[in-house]
Design a protein around this ligand. Structure first.
Ligand SMILES: O=c1ccn([C@@H]2O[C@H](COP(=O)(O)OP(=O)(O)O[C@H]3O[C@H](CO)[C@@H](O)[C@H](O)[C@H]3O)[C@@H](O)[C@H]2O)c(=O)[nH]1
Ligand SMILES: [Mn+2]
Length: 901
């Protein structure tokens, strides 16, 4: 997204340097969609353009209402950059920095300060009044409230300086694209991972690959590496089909400048404005492509039957007893077989690397007119395809493969030998490029003159296609992606959260950023930590040079092929620093956060890049159980990181605020222990009458009301600057509570067991992706109830709170409450009802299909209250012989707290 360029600002940049007084920045290389609208042109002839004012409005970037409250803060720098016009080899200014306008920022900070004062006063007051009906509960709640206060503060301080950075695509184009259609942009290796063609439907992975191949980036400067952790021939042949289909799809995308460039998503939208240059051919081409794509999908599906049939035929001939899986060329598949056999099963097979599309060379190659083989006219389109490589690393039962992190470290070495691009971008198999300008956008940060060379990675937000409109399970994580990460962006940069992140290769290698290099600095101080491959070690210096450009396609000599085999062996990493100081970090369920942490700790910074339309999109687990498993992995991994890589002790290269942010990001599951206590506390209601956790009660409630109201106020300011909806905010609260009851206590327990008993941490369980195309019903997956013990604690919390409300009603019927007691009791009820409201999405989740009619849930709740109330009345009647109203004495265990927010 891009805040509107300030209209009357002399600093709206058109750097003169390279292009003299040229006003043409609308180069249409590779299907670019940039438009230039010169309003007045008065170049003064010396390369500086004082009289020129242009509104540059890249068509792919739309001004969003989310940007209303932001204002640019780098006008001066931008103006200076225009003045020196890139002279003396100075890099241009490729993004603009925005901060929240004072009208929101000042109240936001002030409210934070006021709430801090309020909670401090609250604690002082509580400590001075140690009165309660149960002192042990009082103590627990004091510790709990203190912990909530601290974590709230940790969470909040990292958000006090939100910073947005908006890439300037047209300036990048102007600075790096050459008039002859070539480009000076740096080279980029794309990593994409998959494990299983069923659990991660292959159609996603192949769509993702197609969208990457069709990206608007110099064709000879990207190479895509698919890592297949299943060693599956289906992926291998699927990728061959895809490479083949890409010869039509990619030129089609370029010819008509279509978006998005993943066919499944493209064809899902029925109509959209045309932005290409050959509108009269579009309708025909579109129809043909749609047909071709359908046929392509049929071919992909057919692989699941074709290959077994082919193999059966071969096996019948061979008659050896083993049922091998055969490749099309009549040789045995080195990876996993359909009928697993020794050395041909998951977790035990040879390594495979196969270049499917070779480097295309740096000369444009135009297609031909429509013909029998090529049904579309590509005579004015560059039909080259970027390089594409299939990798399946060696697996053996004697080695821990370290899941995704292990796969990525192999990609790191293979790509170093083949293309060795200074930059790397990574995708999960189900995430595709939704905005063809995304790679360029990330480059704006890497190449900017300010902190570009100290920037290790550019993280994009994760956006999802398959989430239901109300985002029941908070899959979008809007508060995190649109508020928290902008906060970090104002410190040392966003944390690395996985898919959709561009890296500087040497930062992944653990090398120091320029800012922290001393005179004694050596790029490779100790080669052996990189392992034994000299080819790999020798590739490091060129990876450090972002201008480094491969003159010719990589050679596939025998020696290189041999070395490729060597670096993907399980044993390669023995005695090296891979998984520790080099590459993606091992032995943790969230390799992403901890890898980013290591990079930040080395002194690098990172940048956050949101754009409109979304850069990348993917699928999210919308089944409650899958979603809970996912956050179990995340929270378990985070907590593990808190103990194994303690952010507080990270050293001076990690900004103090960043350290605080990482502490909060990793220690957050601990809060749940207190939270569960609070949420289950109403159980006392059911068995006892009056019960106060803090006396004098009215003052206590007053404090809580103030503190909670302030949280909500802060939240309301936050949703304004972050551009969130109220629902986004509520979902975030709700899922926090659901996580805190269902998952975080378990994650905490896991880690305690691991620390105390040296057991295993939380492991990486793949989230199953649903195949949307396979089912007719929308969000069908959301209605599936999959039983898991993870559901128990939250169900217990629901039961306790329904029980508490029912008991209160029952007691109100039979008890003789005074007005004051009634007031106390109703406060208690508000708390119970509030808990139920927060847990509501979970309750819907366990209702399965019934949740299509949410009123059923209310009916169930009512029945629950009535039943419990009736039981209370009945017990009372049994005890006293009759139902006498106005007897016993009962009160409210009113129980709001200051938790969490
Ligand atoms: O042995 C394995 C297991 C997983 N993966 C890949 O890892 C990716 C992420 O797996 P997924 O099950 O989709 O996890 P998510 O929770 O959806 O992933 C989020 O969280 C992960 C960390 O927990 C990050 O690595 C991801 O980038 C981020 O999208 C997928 O592409 C998998 O193919 C492998 O390559 N090998
Ligand atoms: Mn995923």
């Amino acid at each position: 997204m891009a805040p509107k360029a300030p209209a009357n600002n002399g600093a709206v940049v058109v750097a003169g340097g390279h292009h003299g007084g040229s006003t043409d920045v609308g180069g249409v290389a590779g299907g670019a969609t940039t438009t230039t609208v010169p309003t007045s042109v008065a170049a003064n002839g010396n390369g500086k353009q004082h009289g020129t004012r242009k509104q540059r409005r890249p068509a792919a970037v739309v001004v969003s209402p989310m940007d209303k409250y932001w204002t640019p803060v780098d006008d001066k720098e931008a103006a200076e950059a225009v003045d020196d016009g890139g002279e003396d080899g100075r890099r241009p200014l490729l993004f603009r920095t925005y901060k929240v306008k004072g009208i929101l920022l000042h109240p936001y900070r002030l409210l934070t300060l006021l709430r801090l004062i309020a909670i401090i006063l609250f604690f002082i007051w509580r400590i001075r009044h140690p009165h309660a009906d149960g002192m042990w509960l009082w103590w627990i709640s004091i510790v709990g409230d203190f912990w909530f206060g601290v974590t709230w503060l940790l969470n909040q301080v990292a958000k006090l300086n939100p910073t947005k950075r908006v890439p300037d695509l047209s300036l990048l184009r102007q600075q790096f694209d050459l008039p002859d259609g070539n480009s000076n942009l740096p080279r980029l290796d794309v990593f994409i991972n998959t494990v299983d063609p069923i659990n991660e439907p292959m159609i996603y992975t192949m769509n993702s690959i197609l969208s990457i191949l069709a990206v608007d980036y110099p064709i000879d400067r990207t190479a895509t590496y698919l890592s297949d952790d299943g060693g599956s021939i289906i992926h291998y042949e699927g990728l061959l089909e895809t490479a083949n289909f890409a010869t039509l799809w990619v030129p089609f995308c370029r010819k008509h400048s279509i978006e998005p460039r993943a066919p499944e998503s493209y064809f899902a939208v029925k109509s959209r404005p045309y932005t290409g240059n050959v509108p009269d051919e579009f309708a025909d081409d579109h129809r043909r492509m749609s047909k071709e794509y359908d046929e392509f999908k049929v071919r992909l599906d057919a692989l699941f039957t074709k290959i077994p049939e082919r193999s059966d035929a071969h096996n019948a001939e061979a008659k050896e007893g083993v049922k091998a899986t055969w490749m099309a060329d009549g040789t045995q598949w080195p990876g996993t077989w359909f009928d697993p056999a020794e050395n041909h099963k998951k977790g035990q097979h040879a390594g495979i690397v196969k270049v499917m599309l070779n480097h295309p060379g740096d000369e444009p190659r135009f297609g031909g007119p429509a013909s029998a083989e090529t049904p579309l006219d590509f005579s004015a389109v560059d039909v080259r395809l970027p390089m594409l490589v299939y990798i399946s690393r060696e697996k053996s039962p004697s080695h821990d493969h370290q899941k995704k992190a292990g796969a990525m470290n192999v990609q790191l070495r293979i790509s170093a030998l083949l293309t060795n691009a200074p930059f790397i971008i990574n995708f999960d198999g189900d995430h595709y490029v939704n905005n063809s300008q995304a790679f360029r956008a990330a480059m704006c940060f890497m190449l900017d003159r300010r902190d570009g060379e100290n920037t290790a990675f550019v993280q994009f937000p994760q956006r999802f296609d398959d989430v239901d409109p109300t985002d029941r399970y908070c899959n979008h994580n809007r508060v995190f992606f649109d508020a928290t990460l902008l906060g970090l962006n104002g410190i040392q940069g966003p944390s690395y959260v996985g898919t959709g992140c561009m890296f500087r290769r040497i930062a992944v290698y653990g090398i120091d950023p320029p800012r922290w290099r001393t005179d004694a600095f050596k790029l490779v101080d100790n080669p052996s930590k990189f392992g034994s491959s000299m080819l790999f070690i020798n590739s490091i210096p060129s990876a450090a040079n972002q201008e480094w450009s491969m003159a010719s396609p990589p050679a596939h000599e025998e020696s290189v092929m041999e070395e490729l085999n060597n670096v993907m062996k399980c044993a390669y990493e023995e005695g090296t620093e891979f998984g520790k100081e080099i590459g993606w970090v091992y032995n943790i369920a969230t390799e992403d956060v901890v890898t980013g942490f290591r990079v930040h700790r080395t002194g690098w910074r990172s940048m956050y890049c949101r754009m409109e339309p979304d850069a990348f999109r993917g699928t999210a687990p919308i089944n409650l159980t899958e979603r809970l498993c996912q956050i179990l992995r995340w929270s378990g991994g985070s907590l593990e990181m808190f103990f194994s890589h303690c952010p507080l002790l990270a050293g001076r290269r990690l900004n103090l605020m960043q350290r605080i942010a990482y502490t909060n990001m990793t220690a957050y599951p601990i809060s749940s222990v207190f939270l569960v206590f609070y949420l289950l506390f109403p159980v006392i209601w059911i068995f006892r009458g009056e019960f106060y956790i803090q006396k004098p009660f009215p003052t206590y409630v007053l404090y809580l009301v103030v503190i909670i109201a302030m949280t909500e106020l802060i939240g309301m300011v936050e949703i304004k600057w972050a551009g969130l909806t109220l629902l986004d905010w509520i979902r975030n609260e709700q899922f926090y509570i659901i996580g805190a009851t269902a998952v975080y206590p378990l994650a905490t327990l896991h880690i305690v067991l691991k620390l105390v008993l040296r057991g295993n941490g939380v492991s990486f369980k793949l989230t199953a992706k649903q195949a949307t195309s396979a089912v007719n019903e929308k969000y069908a997956e959301m209605y599936v109830v999959q039983w898991t013990p993870l559901l128990i604690p939250t169900i217990a919390v629901i039961a306790v709170n329904v029980g508490a409300i029912g008991a209160a009603i029952g007691k109100a019927v039979v008890g003789g409450w005074s007005l004051l007691q009634m007031a106390d009791a109703s406060l208690g009820l508000v708390f119970n009802a509030w808990i139920l409201l927060l847990i509501y999405p979970f309750a819907l989740g366990v209702m399965g299909r019934w949740s299509k009619r949410p009123y059923i849930l209310f009916v169930l709740f009512m029945i629950g209250f009535a039943v419990v109330a009736a039981v209370v009345v009945a017990i009372h009647a049994a005890r006293t012989g009759s139902v006498r109203f106005h007897s016993g004495h009962s009160g409210g265990a009113s129980f709001p707290t200051s938790w969490g927010f």
